[in-house]
Design a protein around this ligand. Structure first.
Ligand code: PMP
Length: 358
């Protein structure tokens, strides 16, 4: 009898066999500054309304396949015009997948700056697309000319631009995006996961670029646990994404809770302002540490190059503080730590720990 391992060997693609599953570290009792979450818990009054909304969900029924109430709440909260289409995902991670599935074909390629969000490359691999990474400059600036050359050479079906970029935190010049959008022969997804902290968006410019779709998530503004991402674009694009979307991808509990929370525009906007203020404090304190370089950020995290990322990461873990060690993820990220902005108290604890470590 053949073993399971032999069956796996016979049918699972070698490039999947070679992968390691996306690792999500556990952080019980730690100050969690590794995943770009909003550090503020929901106010109690809001929790009670969430509980009531959840209690009313008929969980024996499938959810609304179109999730119309969520779309209406997103349109109202983020001023999305009626003429534009919206498709929702189980996190924007799922929408990255849907974008690729929509255009994947034998020989088709996906292009993105490198380093950028790791799920672009991973998704290309899963959808059997060729991935073309265009190196950022050593200071993480976008190499606009290299992007245009690569687009001319590779004719990518899909371009992903994280704007601002993860893990580097910077916002590429809007002019470069315009050039990329005009040159690209296919779909360009501008991933605005961090838009709440960047004060920049391509959403108002969708009508100018027929190949643009804007991707967003509510994860970074305080609702990571909901798993809700949304893509906005011309109805022609959204119709195709919808065909590759699993029918009930947005579960009933998320559909019930999202409108309740999205109505609280001012609560989340105020938290984003707190985070941006905390970011400035964190940047200044990090920059004052000897041997530390802080990179310009328009997100809710700070990328810092430190003298010895492994030692600093381990030292922080020992102090019950979790950040993201990017050393080894990409040559340009040598000795880089990515630190999510926390509450003022969490930021202070981090800085105190780093002062002790150096
Ligand atoms: N895009 C970018 C650029 C991100 O950094 C992330 C989260 N790390 C995502 C998309 C995915 O976010 P989510 O699936 O929580 O919406």
């Amino acid at each position: 009898m053949r073993t399971s391992a032999q069956f796996v060997d016979a049918v699972v693609r070698p490039e999947i066999r070679a992968l390691t599953a996306y690792a999500v570290p556990k952080a019980p009792g730690m100050i969690k500054l590794d995943a770009m979450e909003n550090p503020y818990a929901l106010p109690d009054a809001l929790r009670a309304r969430v509980a009531a909304a959840v209690a009313a969900v008929p969980v024996n029924r499938y959810p609304d396949g179109d999730a119309d109430a969520v779309k209406a709440a997103l349109r109202a909260h983020f001023d999305i015009p009626e003429g534009l289409g919206i498709v929702l995902g189980n996190g924007s991670d799922e929408l990255i997948h849907l974008a690729a599935l929509t255009v994947a074909a034998p020989g088709a390629s996906m292009l993105a700056p490198d380093p950028s969000f790791v799920m672009y490359r991973m998704t290309a691999l899963l959808c059997a697309m060729r991935f073309v990474g265009v190196p950022l400059r050593p200071d993480f600036a976008l190499d606009g000319d290299a992007m245009l050359e690569a687009i001319a050479r590779e004719r990518p079906a899909l371009v992903f631009i994280a704007w601002p970029n993860n893990p580097t935190g910077n916002l590429f010049p809007e002019r470069d995006l315009e050039r990329i959008l005009r040159a690209a022969p296919g779909l360009v997804v501008v991933d605005e996961a961090y838009h709440a902290f960047a004060q920049a968006s391509m959403l108002p410019r969708l009508a100018e670029f027929p190949n643009l779709v804007v991707l967003r998530t509510v994860s970074k503004i305080g609702m990571a646990g909901l798993r809700l991402g949304y893509a906005v674009g011309a109805p022609e694009w959204i119709a195709e994404w919808n065909k590759v979307r699993p029918p009930y991808n947005l579960n009933a509990l998320t559909q019930a809770v999202a409108p309740v929370l999205l109505a609280e525009r001012e609560t989340f906007a105020a938290q984003a302002r707190e985070i941006v203020a905390g970011r400035a404090v964190l940047e200044a304190a990090l920059a004052a540490l000897p041997g530390v370089t802080v990179h310009a950020t328009r997100t809710n995290f700070v990328l810092a190059r430190v003298p010895d990322a492994r030692r600093w990461f381990d030292g922080l873990c020992a102090e019950r503080i979790l950040v993201k060690n990017l050393h080894g993820a990409h040559p340009l990220l040598a000795n880089c730590l990515r630190i999510t902005v926390g509450t003022p108290a969490e930021n202070d604890a981090l800085i105190a720990a780093l002062r002790r470590l150096r």
